[in-house]
Design a binder for this molecule. Structure first.
Ligand code: SF4
Ligand code: MG
Length: 284
């Protein structure tokens, strides 16, 4: 694992002091030092501060896993749901209370393993909420078993001879499912994570962030260094309205592109629900 230079640490401390994110902070995070999830959490604090989301209108829903602790660390409403069931809980909250800002946070096992059946339907329906998938290619909370995004050959407690199944790619899945905002970030790039989470929350529709967020304790194969070696920003000329080009860039594993792949504005699920309600209220 590489370490940040002294100057970078001092600059980051200065930035943190100047930032007003403490208004959205709650309990102190309990993750292992160096866990990638700290960057995602910081990004969410910064987005809430930039967008001035009142705590009373801010809901964070999580599933199970190390990322499941998010709601405890944020001042707002929160629900730590069942494994893989964060999305249906969040969509229910959004239908009942369309004015709330709803953010779903989950891991790779939670989102494309046990909860893999919910993701496509929230995306294709274009629910107006944000889904942040913190991908560390392992089950961290249960101490290191291969997950649906672990690379082939990776050894773990449940794959002593190496993983023999091909990994899923959450970015390409979200594009195929019809998400209307798709971005990939890397927990080493704090400013990029904050900026894209802010844009995702601003987006009207289903916004998806695939954050590469290393587990520094249990994953010795997929690390800050391994992702950093393959990381690249999306080409400047990339047209974010072109879903098929976004798909081919998202499929690349060398380099692994980061940035905003795709965005489109189409009516949301909430818009359609409102239309139905308005129709029901018309005199016969
Ligand atoms: Fe993060 Fe891994 Fe520690 Fe969980 S076990 S908090 S994912 S470093
Ligand atoms: Mg995981």
């Amino acid at each position: 694992m590489s370490f940040l230079s002294k100057q970078t640490v001092l600059d980051e401390l200065k930035k943190a002091k100047a930032s007003k994110i403490k208004e959205w902070r709650d309990n102190l995070p309990t993750w292992c030092p160096g866990c990638g999830h700290f960057t995602g959490l910081h990004g969410l604090y910064e987005a809430a501060e930039r967008l001035k989301i009142p705590s009373k209108d801010f809901v964070v829903v999580s599933g199970i896993g190390c990322s499941g602790r998010f709601p405890f660390f944020i001042k707002g409403f929160g629900l730590h749901g069942l494994h893989g069931r964060a999305i249906p809980i969040a969509t229910g909250i959004k239908i009942a209370n369309p004015d709330l800002t709803v953010v779903v946070v989950g891991g790779d096992g939670d989102g494309v393993g046990i909860g893999g059946g919910h993701f496509p339907h929230a995306a294709r329906s274009n629910f107006n909420l944000t889904y942040i998938l913190l991908d560390n290619s392992i089950y961290g909370l249960t101490k290191g078993q291969i997950s649906p995004t672990s690379p082939m050959g990776m050894k773990s407690g449940t794959s002593p001879y190496g993983n023999i199944a091909r990994p899923l790619n959450p970015t390409t899945l979200s594009l195929a499912y019809g998400a209307t905002f798709v971005a990939r970030t890397f927990s080493r790039e704090r400013d990029m994570v904050s900026e894209l989470i802010t844009k995702a929350i601003q987006h009207k529709g289903f916004s998806f962030i695939h954050d590469l967020s290393p587990c520094v304790v249990f994953n010795k194969d997929v690390t800050y260094d391994s992702w950093n070696a393959a990381a690249a920003k999306l080409p400047e000329e990339h047209d974010i309205l072109d879903r098929s080009r976004a798909m081919s860039l998202a499929e690349s594993t060398d380099p692994i592109y980061q940035g905003l792949f795709f965005r489109e504005e189409v009516p949301t699920f909430d818009d359609h629900v409102q239309k139905v309600k308005d129709g029901l209220n018309q005199p016969a």
